[in-house]
Design a protein around this ligand. Structure first.
Ligand SMILES: Nc1ncnc2c1ncn2[C@@H]1O[C@H](COP(=O)(O)OP(=O)(O)OP(=O)(O)O)[C@@H](O)[C@H]1O
Ligand SMILES: [Mg+2]
Length: 728
């Protein structure tokens, strides 16, 4: 104790001299003690306050360039820069720099230093684990005591080269870091030691202290208080660890031997002996494989209700075949007896997922599930598809709740080969079914939309058609009205013109009977024939327009068909004789003698057809025949046929000649005369008589015009006839 007190006095003196020796009076904002740096606030750190102080170097790592210094007020961390000579631990230096607050605690950056004198290290503060974890002793030179759990050489980066030691203290574990000097010092394991060094912190992303470190400058700071106990020669059976009365209990180092079932480089491995399996944690950089026979020395440790071996050192005794898994059911696995054991389990894949490159497969056996994930440093390979049936081999790890019940099971598979597909996933899955249903619903929706659109269009089109039809109907009515008006006008006009024409004709006849010279007589003859032609034309127009305007009403008179036919033929006889044409009439024996109808219109039709035949025939004959087609309650239907041996009608003209003002060609108009109204009038009259009209013709061979007409029957007596009459 006097020695410690003396060192404290020396340091206090150093601190005082530090302030005085700083080139006269330091700036008001300059920090001149370690304690002033340690009290740096966030607000002050923004002004980057200068540091000028004298302190003793308590730790310096020439590889990682970490440095701690301490004066009478406390210790502080210095971020060393590689410029300049390295200080030695125990030197008193004068240091300039900038105070900064970067992570866990304030520190000094951009250090410049000069050697003042060789000094001694400060008197250490005796510290418990709780003292160190309180953060109050951070960067302070302390002395601690504990049991060495593990020693190793740390080379985790190119700059790192440390002797590392884990010290178990009441309350927690402290990691001791010392710049690498000599050997690994395995002899320290299990020994009780006293160690001096600078108290440091391991902190998390939130700058909270989560572990305690001790930075020891050299091996002189390590004193063995009680050497390690010798090993028992016989390994402990794994199943006996932490068993009542076995002697293999927590806090003591034991030797265990067995076969490696799975290994994780730099972390640990799973070990099986004849009694049970166990997880062994070691930092030893040793490449182990399933099947290796090893012996290991470690401390019995508890972790979440599991017994394991921590801080172990390992020695390979030999290698053998890969250990076989124990095939168990999930029910057995749930008992908790197989934790850390190499087992194989069967089940169906429920789901596969990957989180941050770490895949997990959820597998179901009966109603329970377990998860499969790769052991750290390994991979699962291609994830098995959902619903496939697997056999998975791996290390079983239990998750246990506060009531010591197994609440989750995970299988750590070691290689992709640990997962074997026993039965591939069925092609038809719920997902596919849902996809199909989705597609069907979508298609159905599309069809419905399409049908709706179509229906709308049809409705629109129907409305358009309806409007068009209505429009056409009104146009048709207007056209009919116009046609009717035209016909009425024509009928009236032709009728009106006929009255003066009759006067012209009458007075022409009277004039012809007066005394005239030859020339006058000739003029009168021409005048008469022209007037008669005009009269004929007027009659035609009158008839046609009457029919068109609906003014033509048929008579209902009893008459003899035979007489009517004779009269018609008789009228064309003079013209036929002038052209030396033979005429023939043939009235069938079954034709009724007396019928009721309009004989004038029938004669008009016959005359039109007979006149045409005479007009268009130069040689041969013109004939008319009548036959009965039908006879009954509705009356009799007669067919009339007018035939000639004339010029015939070209095929292309045949379909038009029944239309008004249509003639076979223009030249015929000039040669044969006429206006093209005759057949049009016939067509309409035939229609009024309840029949139809048609024709057959061969150019240069002759024509046949047929029409039918229906008449009421006057009496039941059938006209008796001799059948034919001929006239030359
Ligand atoms: N028997 C026939 N032989 C040859 N051509 C005919 C015959 N009957 C009618 N045609 C043709 O049909 C056309 C129309 O006949 P339609 O009786 O209607 O008129 P048109 O005789 O020329 O004049 P309209 O009879 O008014 O005096 C004729 O111009 C003629 O070309
Ligand atoms: Mg004619």
């Amino acid at each position: 104790m006097p020695k410690v007190a003396l060192k404290a006095c020396v340091l206090a003196g150093l601190a005082a001299s530090c302030v005085l020796a700083a080139n006269g009076v330091p700036d008001a904002g300059t920090l001149t003690t370690c304690d002033a740096v340690r009290h740096l606030t966030a607000a002050l750190s923004k002004r980057k306050p200068r540091v000028h102080l004298r302190a003793v170097v308590t730790f310096f790592d020439p590889n990682a360039l970490n440095m701690f210094i301490q004066d009478a007020t406390g210790g502080v961390y210095v971020r060393w820069q590689s410029t300049g000579p390295h200080p030695n631990v125990g030197q008193l230096i004068e240091l300039d720099g900038v105070a900064a607050l970067e992570d866990f605690a304030p520190q000094i950056n951009q250090p410049q230093w000069k050697f003042i004198s060789n000094s001694t290290l400060p008197a250490p503060k005796l510290a418990s684990y709780q003292d160190m974890a309180s953060t109050a002793l951070d960067s302070t030179w302390v002395e601690i005591q504990g049991v060495v759990r593990q020693t190793a050489r740390l080379r985790r980066s190119a700059l790192e080269n440390m002797f590392w030691m884990k010290l178990a203290m009441p309350g927690g574990e402290v990691e001791v870091n010392m710049p690498w000097q000599d050997g690994i010092r395995e002899d320290l394991v299990d020994a009780v030691v006293r160690v001096r060094g600078v108290c440091g912190a391991a902190f998390n992303a939130k700058n909270q202290l989560v572990g305690v470190q001790l930075y020891t400058p050299d091996s002189k700071q390590i004193e063995v208080v009680k050497p390690s106990a010798p090993f028992a020669p016989v390994p402990a059976p794994i199943a006996q660890l932490q068993r009542f009365g076995s002697g293999y209990s927590m806090g003591h180092r034991v030797k265990v031997a067995g076969t490696v079932t799975a290994a994780m480089l730099g972390r640990g491995f799973y070990l099986r002996d004849a009694s049970a399996s166990l997880y062994v944690l070691t930092r030893q950089d040793i490449d182990l494989h399933p099947g290796d026979r090893v012996e290991t020395y470690g401390f019995v440790d508890l972790f979440e209700s599991h017994v394991r071996l921590a801080d172990a050192s390992v020695r390979i005794l030999g290698s053998g075949p890969a250990p076989q898994p124990i095939s168990i059911s999930l029910d057995k696995a749930l008992t908790g007896e197989y934790d850390s054991e190499l087992v194989s389990l069967d089940g169906r894949v429920v789901q596969s997922s990957v989180w941050r490159d770490r895949p997990t497969v959820t597998v179901q056996q009966n109603k329970d599930i377990f998860s499969v994930s790769p052991i750290p440093g390994s991979t699962l390979g291609k994830l098995p598809p959902d619903n496939s049936v697997l056999r998975v081999t791996g290390i079983l790890t239990d998750e246990i709740d506060s009531m010591d019940r197994v609440v989750a099971l995970n299988l750590l598979s070691r290689t992709a080969g640990d997962i074997v597909i026993l039965r591939p996933a069925p092609w038809w899955t719920l997902r596919k079914a849902l996809t199909l249903v989705g597609i069907l619903v979508a298609v159905g929706a599309l069809i419905s939309i399409w049908v709706a659109v179509l229906r709308r269009r049809v409705n629109q089109q129907t409305e358009v058609i309806r409007q068009k039809l209505a429009q056409e109907e009104s146009l048709k009515e207007a056209a009919q009205a116009a046609n009717h008006a035209k016909g009425e006008f024509l009928a009236n006009m032709s009728h009106e013109i006929r009255t003066p024409m009759n006067g012209i004709l009458g007075f022409t006849d009277l004039l012809a009977e007066t005394r005239l010279n030859d020339e006058q007589r000739d003029y009168i003859a021409t005048l008469k024939s022209s007037s008669e032609s005009l009269m004929l034309l007027l009659n035609d127009i009158l008839d046609f327009s009457k029919v068109e305007s609906g003014q033509l009403l048929l008579e209902e008179t009893p008459f003899s068909v035979r007489d009517c036919v004779k009269e018609a033929v008789h009228l064309i006889l003079p013209a036929a004789q002038r052209k030396h044409l033979q005429t023939q009439v043939d009235v069938g024996a079954d034709v009724c003698e007396s019928v009721i109808g309009d004989p004038h219109r029938l004669k008009q039709i016959l005359l039109n057809l007979l006149n045409n035949s005479v007009k268009f025939t130069e040689h041969g004959s013109v004939s008319l025949s009548v036959k009965s087609l039908e006879r009954g309650d509705k009356g009799t239907l007669l067919q009339f046929t007018v035939s000639d041996t004339g010029i015939g009608i070209p095929v292309e003209s045949q379909k038009h000649i029944f239309e008004a003002f249509q003639q076979a060609d223009n030249s015929t108009t000039r040669k044969y005369g006429g206006t093209g109204l005759g057949l049009a009038i016939c067509t309409r009259l035939v229609s009024l008589l309840g029949g139809r009209i048609w024709m057959e013709s061969k150019p240069q061979a002759g024509s046949q015009f047929h029409f039918t007409a229906r008449f009421k029957i006057m009496s039941k007596l059938t006209a008796k006839t001799d059948g034919s009459e001929a006239a030359a």
